[in-house]
Ligand binder design. Structure first.
Ligand code: PLP
Ligand code: TYF
Length: 398
């Protein structure tokens, strides 16, 4: 039965991990995958998480099935983070949230629901986008196309191009938007541009799907939610996928959520019933541990403050690595201006390094990056930044 099975393509980012792991050079650096490492090059276990886990272990709670949409304590905690504790939408019962298997799982629940709702719609993702966006919506049965986004010349967003493209789309088109910390470019919309995007979605009857995988990694929890908050006050209906993989450093626990903003409380009940149907037929109900830890941290004022401080620490360290890399490249005599790296937001930078330069970095220096020139700044640390800057300098100076 498997004789005709073809080899599926590898994920270009996760595939890099395998090559990195097989590399025996002591100086190797993995700037490929989007994971936050601390200054010792380790994935941190946050103190807030550790404390919540200890407490949980002491009580040894039973492991029954969870509600299909996850526990209310978790879903409500997610809603407050995304929409704000004093959100009118929440008070009106216009948001339904289901726990999901990471941000990826949230996108897939939303995609499967949308496919039932509007099978003929097309999905539009930014050019470029997280590669899994395309694969995931295609696997839900949609045709996926790009909307203009990154402008390599200005290293910012081609907003005029994006806006006019969106204005030309038929009503019902599904628009996937990176709510903050755009992956892979690090180039985000300004608040004023978000206002315009909301307006276009309203005028044209588009279906906004906000993907928020890095809340807290640009400017802060509320500041990074500006897109969600602007859509919230617009009166529109929309989707938000969110993830705690990065903000809680809980990658492998697979903790995320899908939230859907509806027109009324009554509509919410019907929408939730459909989300539950999608979940039931995929994995029945979500795992317990990660969501319980997140809910415990977010509902305890001391742990929450500790988490916010730790999140700020991650954010500040990435910023320091951005400015550090810019300074070191300059100090190593690189003529090309890399100051844009310090202005980009989140974990990633589109460095402008060519595929050939990325290949040289890997072969000659053991430095792994995505072939598009994307690097993860959160993999830099005080021990490797000098080596990385020196290697990039050699590569760009040819
Ligand atoms: N969306 C974007 C834009 C991402 O960069 C990621 C990264 O992992 C995800 C979603 C998926 O998050 P998770 O690891 O929680 O599935
Ligand atoms: O873009 C990244 O590196 C992260 C991690 O299929 C990731 O978002 C990459 C690929 C993938 C899942 C997660």
């Amino acid at each position: 039965i498997f004789a005709a099975v073809e080899m599926a393509p590898r994920d270009p980012i996760l595939g890099l991990n395998e090559a990195y792991n097989a590399d025996t050079r002591a100086t190797k650096v993995n700037l490929g995958v989007g994971v936050y490492y601390d200054d010792n090059g380790k994935i941190p276990l946050l103190a807030a998480v550790k404390t919540a886990e200890r407490t949980r272990l002491e009580t040894m709670p039973p492991r029954g099935y969870q509600p299909i949409e996850g526990p209310a304590a978790y879903d409500q905690a997610v809603q407050k983070l995304l929409f704000g504790a004093d959100s009118e939408l929440l008070a009106a019962g216009r948001v339904v949230t289901a726990q999901a298997l990471g941000g990826t799982g949230a996108l897939k629940i939303g995609a499967d629901f949308l496919k039932r709702l509007n099978p003929a719609a097309k999905v539009y993702i930014s050019d470029p986008s997280w590669e899994n966006h395309r694969a995931l919506f295609e696997s839900a049965g949609f045709e996926v196309e790009n909307y203009p986004y990154y402008d390599a010349e200005t290293r910012g967003v081609n907003f005029a191009g994006m806006k006019s493209f969106l204005q030309g789309l038929p009503a019902g088109s599904i628009i996937v938007l990176h709510a903050c910390c755009h992956n892979p470019t690090g180039a985000d919309l300004s608040d004023a541009q978000w206002v315009e995007v909301v307006e276009v979605c309203r005028e044209k009857g588009l279906v906004p799907f906000l993907d928020m995988a890095y809340q807290g990694f640009a400017d802060g929890i509320d500041a990074d939610a500006v897109a969600v908050r602007l859509f919230s006050t617009s009166g529109l209906q929309f989707f938000v996928s969110s993830s705690f993989s990065k903000s809680f450093s809980l990658y492998g626990e697979r903790v995320g959520a899908l939230s859907v903003v509806t027109a009324s409380k009554e509509e919410s009940a019907r929408v939730l019933s459909q989300l539950k149907r999608v979940i039931r037929t995929n994995y029945s109900n979500p795992p317990i541990h990660g969501g319980a830890v997140v809910a415990a941290v977010l509902s305890n004022p001391e742990l929450r403050q500790l988490w916010e401080d730790e999140l700020a620490g991650m954010r500040d360290r990435i910023r320091a690595m951005r400015t550090g890399l810019v300074e070191q490249l300059k100090a190593k005599g690189v003529a090309q201006d890399f100051s844009f790296v310090a202005a980009q937001r989140g974990m990633f930078s589109y460095t402008g390094l060519s595929a050939a330069q990325v290949e040289t970095l890997k072969n000659d220096f053991g430095i792994y990056a995505v072939s598009t020139g994307r690097i993860c700044l959160a993999a830099l640390n005080s021990g490797n930044i000098g080596y990385v800057a020196e290697s990039i300098a050699q590569v760009v100076k040819g």
